[in-house]
Design a protein around this ligand. Structure first.
Ligand code: ADP
Ligand code: MG
Length: 321
């Protein structure tokens, strides 16, 4: 490496992200020292992105930095937690300074937007892979869990799932679309917007929550299973963006919304008695979420179309190959 490891860390990662007064010791010592608020529980998540597996080879470096943090922000959002501190384990084939500065800028911008400080990490040489560990906190016993749902609870999803899967397909040349929807959908894959504020807000309303990373149907099914129930989703209620509709038509748009992946939206359950309060106090038009179904006693996850159970393949990926 032309750049020493020390210089690399110093140039790109010291002071990266937000400045926080609860960071007693950050980048530069052997470990970070962080002060958790009194009465709070620590919430921790870690996710690795491997080149060519979790993002296409040759992805913009800023997107890799953004997504490495975004996937973890989404996990903390699903817990109703407030993110605070991140650690970055970076494996690089070489110290490419233009790649590193774009990567760090992508990571830092999203970190600042969510008041997250980068407090440490590790730098090694090898095939490109990025691991971010994210720490945050939540008031004691207030976290949202996958297991909190109950039969009869209403099920909601934020945003418009399916966009990112279409964006990835466009990025990889498996799907063609007009310039404007294509740009929007690619952006949704490259720079997902994790629903951190919504997650924190939902602590007062939701019974259970999960983030949608593997496809809405699969992840809503996980929420239901963890809650000891099953799930019915109404096909016609699954929200899809205008861009996705324009790019692939209604049939494939709904199927992608149900099975796509990489959405980083929230899927959550709400007790029937809390639904009116949720809709009044957290206006769906402002926050961007939609009711898609209901938890039920009998296990399994079904999509109902005109009252009949639809059969869906569980991967949107194959529809473009
Ligand atoms: P050690 O030998 O103790 O592991 P390092 O030289 O790996 O120390 O790291 C020195 C300091 O730089 C530590 O505070 C570590 O947390 C931080 N650090 C190393 N790599 C990164 C990185 N990619 N991003 C942020 N901080 C890093
Ligand atoms: Mg180290």
């Amino acid at each position: 490496m032309s750049l020493s490891e020390f210089d690399l860390i110093d140039r790109y990662f010291r002071g990266c992200g937000a400045k926080r007064t609860d960071v007693r010791v950050g980048v530069g010592d052997d470990a970070a020292i962080l002060e958790c608020p009194a009465g709070a529980e620590l919430v921790a998540a870690v996710d690795s992105l491997v080149d060519g597996v979790h993002f296409p080879q040759g992805s913009p470096a800023a997107s890799v930095g953004h997504r490495a943090l975004a996937v973890n922000l989404s996990d903390l959002a699903a817990m109703g937690a407030r993110p605070a501190w991140a650690l970055l384990a970076l494996t690089l084939p070489q110290a490419d300074e233009s790649w590193l500065s774009e990567f760090a800028a992508g990571l830092a911008a999203l970190a600042r937007a969510h008041d997250v400080a980068l407090v440490g990490g590790d730098t090694t040489s090898g095939p490109l892979s990025v691991t971010v560990q994210l720490l945050g906190h939540v008031p004691r016993s207030a976290a949202l869990l996958r297991s909190g749902g109950r039969a009869g609870d209403a099920v909601f999803v934020s945003g418009t799932p399916g966009d990112a899967a279409a964006g990835l397909a466009i990025e990889q040349g498996r799907l063609a679309a007009a310039a404007e929807p294509a740009a929007y959908l690619r952006e949704r894959f490259l720079y997902p917007a994790p629903r951190v504020a919504l997650g924190e807000c939902l602590r007062r309303y939701a019974s259970g929550c999960i983030d949608v990373s593997d496809g809405l149907l699969a992840d809503a099914g996980k929420l239901a299973r963890a809650s000891g129930c099953g799930l019915e989703i109404t096909y016609g209620e699954v929200p899809v963006s205008e861009a996705l509709l324009g790019a692939v038509g209604e049939e494939r748009a709904r199927e992608l919304a149900l099975t796509g992946g990489d959405d980083y939206e929230l899927c959550f359950s709400v007790r029937p008695a809390q639904v009116a309060r949720l809709l009044a106090e957290v206006p769906p038009q402002r926050w961007g979420y939609t009711r898609i179904g209901t938890l039920r006693e009998s296990p399994g996850a079904d999509v109902l179309r005109d009252g009949a159970v639809m059969s869906l393949s569980h991967s949107g990926y194959e529809h473009f190959t």
